[in-house]
Design a protein around this ligand. Sequence first.
Ligand SMILES: [Zn+2]
Length: 56
Amino acid sequence: MHHRRCPNCGSVEFRGVGTRNGLERAFSWLVSPYRCGLCGRHFFLYRWLAPLTGTD
Ligand SMILES: [Zn+2]
């Protein structure tokens, strides 16, 4: 099962961040970048799994 957790530390404390480069932006329709508030890990979540953060 997929969970909305940081893949590094398992924290649920993370927030959406902006795309950093063209590659991320190219895939922004598919995944959204997030940054873990606990360990700082930058990762991606599929849009249909990601929490709604109102970044659009
Ligand atoms: Zn983490």
